[in-house]
Design a protein around this ligand. Structure first.
Ligand code: UDP
Ligand code: MG
Length: 339
């Protein structure tokens, strides 16, 4: 398995500090209607992760669930599991929930994973191994994702990455998602990013740090169904592009220059035709078609500019990204007891 490492940051393993067992390992889990999944996933996580860190903290962010998620998590906390609960006041979306979780965790190492059990725990342990080797970011790469997609979807994905990548200095690893491990230093860096447009994958890449990827095959969702349909993915893609790339704006300018040039050439051609070939100027159909075509192009360009303007509008309002109802207090750590 050989994946390209962040090419923007050349480094070799020998330069990276080897680390021991983390003192506190935090897991951030955004949850929206995941009661049935969390009831088995949290105990399993405790069982499998606890031996690998001095202390464990499973931070569940309830993203305004309408089922028993809160009750289930509170029940597990009462049973003594090292689980913390952060309740958002309504459904803010996964990206905001993830941000809320990253703002609240205290671990030396933080792993973000879904609450539906699709992210294999064995893979989280592999991430921890890479962290011990010295990497600050370890992202999960979904294996076989490309192959399972339709050609149209693949084209869409490829265009998206091309747009995102064009002109940016940082590498956005393809097929990497929100399943990843972050060192505390990275979490602190992420907390300093003030923007409202939370395209987490882009933000993770933007902060930099020595990064590496590991492949994983997502498990099937145990209960419930995905809340990301095509429209939501498209929305996320537009957020990603308008927050990270100016390519669409440059395309608009280029289009303007191109159309102007074509119309000048066409103008000369009409004069030439009339003067030298003696052809009568005709063509209502041509005129109608070009006017409607250009009106379309203009509206499209306005739409693109409006997307950016909307982004600016969201940013200047400076509303908080999420509103919390309450957060359970920090866990009492074994190491604290002695002091
Ligand atoms: N999620 C969330 N808020 C939302 C939608 C989803 O916190 O509005 C959580 C959800 O509970 C899960 C994760 O985000 O833990 C991924 O969601 P899902 O499984 O629906 O997406 P997919 O796995 O298809 O990407
Ligand atoms: Mg899922």
């Amino acid at each position: 398995m050989s994946l390209p490492e962040n090419s923007t940051q050349p480094h070799s393993l020998t330069q990276l500090p080897a680390r021991g067992r983390p003192r506190l390992l935090s897991v951030v889990m955004p949850a929206f209607n995941e009661a049935r999944n969390l009831s088995w996933l949290l105990p399993k996580l405790v069982e499998e992760l606890a031996p690998h860190a001095d202390a464990l903290e499973l931070m569940v962010i309830d993203d305004g669930s309408r089922d028993d998620t809160v009750m289930v998590v509170q029940g597990l906390i009462r049973q003594g599991l090292p689980v913390r609960l952060l309740r958002l006041s309504r459904n803010f979306g996964k990206e905001a929930a993830l941000t809320a979780g990253l703002d609240a965790v205290e671990g030396e190492v933080v792993i973000s994973m879904d609450s539906d059990g699709q992210h294999p725990i064995s893979c989280a342990l592999q991430m921890l191994d890479r962290w011990r080797e010295g990497y600050d970011v370890v992202y999960g790469v979904q294996r076989g994702r490309r192959e399972s997609q339709s050609p149209a979807r693949r084209l869409y994905t490829r265009t998206f990455y091309w747009l995102m990548q064009k002109g940016s200095r940082f590498e956005l690893p393809a097929d990497a998602g929100d399943f990843r491990l972050l060192d505390r230093a990275v979490v602190l860096a992420l907390r300093q990013l003030p923007e409202r447009a939370r395209y987490m994958k882009g933000l993770f890449a933007w902060v930099g740090f020595p990064a590496t990827g590991i492949e994983f095959v997502p498990d099937a969702r145990a209960h419930g169904e995905t809340s990301f349909n095509f429209m939501r993915l498209l929305q996320l893609a537009v957020t990603g592009i308008t927050a990270f790339s100016k390519v669409p704006l440059r395309v608009v300018s280029a289009l303007g220059i191109m159309v102007s040039l074509i119309s000048v050439v066409f103008g000369f051609w009409i004069v030439f035709e009339k003067v030298f070939l003696g052809n009568e100027i005709s063509g209502f159909a041509t005129l109608a078609a070009s006017i409607t075509f250009l009106a379309g192009v203009q509206l499209l360009c306005l739409g693109i500019i409006a997307e950016y303007l909307g982004r600016v509008f969201d940013e200047v309002k400076r509303r908080p990204l999420y509103v919390t109802q309450d957060l359970t207090p920090s866990l009492k750590r074994a190491s604290d007891a002695g002091t």
